[in-house]
Design a protein around this ligand. Structure first.
Ligand SMILES: Nc1ncnc2c1ncn2[C@@H]1O[C@H](COP(=O)(O)OP(=O)(O)OP(=O)(O)O)[C@@H](O)[C@H]1O
Length: 225
């Protein structure tokens, strides 16, 4: 698989406190990764750095084979990287408008946008909610709408911050079931999480933050149920 993003010498500190120092981070096209580590090791911070929401020191960054930077965060990354927050914020318009927002902002033609929104709502199992107001949604429905809102943009890199946090039962299972199909459409996915069922999904590689370093390991075995 082709390398999508590689970063050499990634260091993050908050004031005097060095949070992590990563020699090399390499993400391949269409691959799925879980980013694990104890509370406070810097999982969310790392995702936020990749999304251009947090500054960091880096030696080299390469995206799709071309040298680039994280600061200033270039347009090529702004268009290719989508970050989904643990508690997604939504506009108080309809769910369909929320999902269409990013497409409209990118100037996608109306007919094409409507088609993509419809497809994404079907995929996320939220088509019945298209005229609902976000405030009325459950946590699981909100997370699925947030995933649909990210998927319509066809991101090259999708960053999910604890997508199943605060969910249980069917709501959690519905979110977990959506994850494999994200990589099937070509997106590279990185999920920060503590959820064992996400961590043990088949063909998901594990990136672990520990003692300020990043360790990589692949889950080759399929999940045993
Ligand atoms: N803006 C900030 N200023 C100072 N310290 C910060 C800031 N943002 C995060 N931190 C600190 O950096 C550390 C890592 O935070 P982060 O949220 O990235 O951890 P995490 O691994 O995602 O944790 P959790 O599993 O609990 O979500 C924490 O100690 C946090 O308090």
């Amino acid at each position: 698989m082709t390398v999508l993003l590689s970063i050499d010498g990634l260091k993050k500190a908050f004031g005097e406190r060095q949070l992590f120092e990563i020699d090399r981070l390499e993400l391949r096209e269409g691959a799925a990764y879980v980013l694990t580590g104890l509370n406070g090791t810097g999982k969310s911070t790392l995702l936020r750095i990749l999304a251009g929401l947090e500054s960091a020191e880096v030696d080299n960054v390469s995206f799709c084979g071309a040298a680039t930077s994280l600061s200033p965060y270039p347009r090529i990354l702004r268009e290719a990287v989508v970050y989904v927050h643990q508690h997604p914020v939504m506009f108080s318009t309809s769910i369909a408008d929320n999902i269409a927002y990013g497409l409209n902002a990118r100037g996608v033609a109306r007919e094409e946008a409507v088609r993509r929104v419809d497809d994404a709502m079907q995929w996320a199992g939220v088509a019945h909610l298209r005229r609902s107001k976000p405030a009325t949604l459950s946590g699981g429905e909100k997370q699925r709408v947030a995933l649909a809102r990210a998927k319509v943009l066809h991101p090259k890199l999708l960053l999910l911050d604890e997508p199943t946090a605060n969910l249980d039962g069917a709501a959690r299972e519905q979110v977990i079931a959506l994850i494999p199909s994200l990589t099937a459409t070509g997106s590279t996915v990185v999920m920060a999480c503590h959820d064992r069922d996400l961590i043990s999904l088949p063909n998901v590689e594990r990136l672990k933050l520990r003692d300020g370093r990043l360790q990589a390991r692949q889950n080759r075995l399929r999940k045993v149920v």
